[in-house]
Ligand binder design. Structure first.
Ligand SMILES: *Cc1c(COP(=O)(O)O)cnc(C)c1O
Length: 391
């Protein structure tokens, strides 16, 4: 098929849930992608951040292929070594206790909600099961996540009735947070420390501190959705490290598999034994090939790797700010929101694409989630295009 035939087949046979750019991937390496017509792009969005090690990382490829040759899948009725290895590394790395593996961020948050509700219904002293979320949040696409996602309003009318028991809080508004806690007696509060879809917004330290204290004082679980912000993206392995606290549940996905579908929740002493056999599960969860990829991601993301991510983020942010049209940057580390003085971000993202840079948008601004392994040369190539498009 040529590019046009591929795009036509998508139009005809694929349910249209994505506003796609006219780029048909052929192959990719590092942060570079070549389309079917041979045009080269620098990927500054890394598959929404999932391709944390970029493309064709040799060790990642070897580990995944080697596992595929041994066996590609089993169920939760049996044990396998690679799952044990990845679970142990995740727990040790995070300081959390145990992990439940699923295949995506959406499934990770569903698991978090089930743990929180069972905790509230059966373990917490006061029977409680409502969950607070942030008004500009994004937590996924299931019916419960749609009920707790504020960044795509109007969904209730289309997909309702949504799961009841979820209530919004205005971000960075401590008074509203206290009010909602008093009103709804929640079993959990979920937040992204750096909101992705909601606009690449890092929450205020004081707000997070207040939430941590409220959770502690009222036996409320703090669910930290690090599906986008976790796994090295913001310059530490998890973003909660920078905020100086430990959540009760951390959901993760995107970057952990290096591009393979894997996600899950990490639990602490309060939450690790809430679920019992038969109450939750996933056919593909803890898939051995995905675990083999995650194992390489975990091994590569040592302190030196993370220091390098921070250095590269500083460089990229510094160079972007030198461009006159750039008004300000948001987010943390390699999770970058870009505001323009006069230009329309949806127009900019189109022009970047035409000129060989793949970037994405979020509510109100441009968003960059480059592979964490992007090289200085690749960043410079992208910056050259930014200067041209924004000049
Ligand atoms: C992407 C994302 C999700 C949903 O993950 P999927 O893998 O698409 O289901 C949930 N929470 C956050 C913060 C995300 O960025």
């Amino acid at each position: 098929m040529n590019s046009k035939e591929v795009m036509d087949a998508f139009d005809k046979y694929v349910v249209n849930t994505g506003a796609r750019f006219p780029v048909v991937y052929d192959h990719a390496e590092g942060a570079k992608v070549w389309d079917k017509d041979g045009k080269e792009y620098i990927e500054m969005c890394a598959g929404y951040g999932a391709n944390s090690l970029g493309y064709a990382d040799p060790e990642w490829l070897d580990a995944v292929c080697a596992q595929l040759k041994k066996f590609q899948h089993t169920s939760n009725l049996y044990y396998h070594e690679i799952g044990a290895v990845v679970a142990q590394k995740l727990a040790e790395r995070s300081g959390m206790k145990k992990v439940f593996f699923a295949n995506s961020g959406g499934e990770a948050n569903e698991a978090a909600y089930k743990i929180a509700r069972k905790y509230g219904n059966t373990i917490a002293d006061v029977h409680k099961n409502s969950i607070l979320y942030m008004q500009t949040s994004f937590h996924g696409r299931t019916i419960s996540e749609t009920a707790s996602t504020g960044s795509y309003p109007g969904m209730d009318a289309k997909f309702g009735p949504l799961t009841p028991g979820f209530f919004p809080v205005v971000i960075n508004d401590i008074d509203d947070l206290k009010k909602q806690v008093a009103e709804h007696n929640p079993c959990a509060i979920i937040m992204e420390l750096v909101q992705g879809e909601g606009g690449v917004i890092a929450l205020d330290q004081a707000f997070v501190d207040a939430a941590v204290k409220l959770c502690h004082d009222n036996d409320i679980l703090f669910i930290d959705d690090e599906v986008q912000a976790g796994i090295g993206r913001t310059g530490t392995f998890f973003t909660y490290e920078q905020y100086g606290f430990k959540p009760d549940i951390v959901s993760f996905a995107k970057g952990i598999g290096g591009g393979l579908p894997i996600g899950g929740v990490l639990t602490n002493e309060k939450t690790c034994d809430v679920l019992s056999p038969g109450e939750h599960g996933s056919t593909f969860g803890m898939n051995p090939a995905a675990c083999a990829g995650a194992n390489v991601v975990l091994d590569k993301m040592d302190e030196a790797f993370l220091a390098d991510v921070r250095k590269k983020a500083d460089y990229l942010r510094g160079e972007l700010m030198k461009i006159d049209e750039v008004e300000s940057l948001s987010g943390l580390g390699m999770m970058i929101g870009v505001n323009f003085k006069t230009k329309d971000y949806t127009q900019v993202v189109q022009e970047l694409c035409e000129n060989g840079v793949l970037a994405i948008t979020t509510h109100g601004r441009l968003r960059l989630l480059p592979p964490l392994t992007i090289t200085k040369e690749e960043m410079d190539q992208a910056l050259q295009v930014f200067r041209k498009v924004l000049g």
